[in-house]
Design a protein around this ligand. Structure first.
Ligand code: SAM
Length: 260
C-alpha cells in the first residue's frame, strides 16, 4: 500500500489477522445491527465488520478516500463519512438507518480516545455494545476499580451505562507503523438492569463535581452541597468525611445523589 502515515492522526494500522478475528468474536454482532467505526484507516477492520452488519465509518483523512472507496466499491454494507468524528452530529447521521442494535467497534485514534468517549456519553447515544482498542494505560483507567489511582469520573460514567471488561493486550508489533505503546481491547456491554438513579442530571453533576480536583477530599470538592446528607450516607458505609472521590464505588454515589 502506497501511503504516507500521519502521526498527527494517530495512524497505526493493524496488520494482525488474529487480533482482528478476536475483536470480531468478542463483538458478537447481532444480525440487523448498525456498527459505527471511528477511523477505518485503510479498512483492515472494516473488511471484517461489513460481513457482520451495516457499517458507518468515520475517517478524518481525505488521503484515504481513494483507497477506501476503491476497496469497498462493490460493498453495499458500508458508508464512509470523511470528516472529524468529534464534529459530527452522530444522532443525525444514524437517523436514516433502521437497526436493532447499535455497536461501536474500532481501533481508535489514541490521541482523542477520551474526547470520543466523552462525546458518546454526553450525546447519550444509545450503544448496545462497544469493543474498542485503546492505549493500554488508558484502558486501565476505563476499567479501574475504586481505590485505584486511575479511577476517575469517566470510569464512573462508563460504569453507569456498561459492564466493562478488559479483553486482551495487543503488542505494538501488531501495527504498522509500530507505535511506542502497547494496546488493549476493552469491551463495554450495555447494562441489563439500569442502575436506579432518580435524577440523571443531578447524578452526572455530582460525579463531575466530586472529581473536580483530584487531590481534594470529597467534602472540599462538594462545598456547595449539603454535606450533612452526604455524610450520613458515607457513615452508613463506614466511610469518613475525609474520603476522596476515587475511593467511592458507583452505588454509593448513586445513593448520595438520590438522597440530595
Ligand atoms: N482501523 C484502522 C486499523 O485498525 O488499521 C486504523 C486505526 S488508526 C489507529 C486510527 C484512524 O483514525 C486513522 O485512520 C486516522 O486517520 C483516523 N482518525 C484520526 N482522527 C480522527 C477523527 N477525529 N475522526 C475520524 N477519524 C480519525
Amino acid at each position: 500500500m502506497e501511503f504516507n502515515f500521519k502521526k498527527k492522526f494517530g495512524q497505526n494500522f493493524l496488520k494482525d489477522s488474529n487480533v482482528l478475528n478476536k475483536i470480531i468474536e468478542i463483538s458478537n454482532i447481532d444480525k440487523e445491527s448498525l456498527i459505527i467505526e471511528i477511523g477505518p484507516g485503510s479498512g483492515y477492520l472494516t473488511r471484517y465488520l461489513v460481513k457482520k452488519g451495516k457499517v458507518l465509518s468515520y475517517e478524518i483523512d481525505n488521503d484515504l478516500k481513494e483507497i477506501l472507496c476503491n476497496e469497498f466499491k462493490d460493498c453495499e454494507n458500508v458508508e464512509f463519512i470523511f470528516d472529524d468524528f468529534l464534529k459530527r452530529n452522530v444522532k443525525e447521521d444514524i437517523k436514516k438507518y433502521s437497526y436493532n442494535k447499535l455497536y461501536i467497534v474500532a481501533n481508535l485514534p489514541y490521541y482523542i480516545t477520551t474526547p470520543i468517549i466523552n462525546k458518546l456519553i454526553e450525546e447519550k447515544i444509545s450503544i448496545d455494545k462497544m469493543v474498542i482498542m485503546v492505549q493500554k494505560e488508558v484502558g486501565e483507567r476505563f476499567s479501574a476499580k475504586p481505590g485505584n489511582k486511575d479511577y476517575s469520573s469517566i470510569t464512573v460514567f462508563l460504569n453507569y451505562y456498561f459492564d466493562i471488561k478488559k479483553e486482551f493486550v495487543v503488542s505494538r508489533n501488531s501495527f504498522v507503523p509500530k507505535p511506542n505503546v502497547d494496546s488493549i481491547v476493552i469491551s463495554f456491554t450495555k447494562k441489563k438492569n439500569k442502575l436506579l438513579v432518580n435524577d440523571e442530571n443531578k447524578f452526572f453533576k455530582l460525579i463531575r463535581d466530586s472529581f473536580k480536583y483530584k487531590r481534594k477530599t470529597l467534602k472540599n470538592n462538594l462545598n456547595d452541597y449539603d454535606f450533612n446528607i452526604i455524610n450520613k450516607v458515607l457513615n452508613q458505609h463506614n466511610m469518613s468525611e475525609d474520603i476522596r472521590a476515587e475511593h467511592i464505588p458507583i452505588d454509593i454515589f448513586i445513593e448520595i445523589s438520590n438522597n440530595l
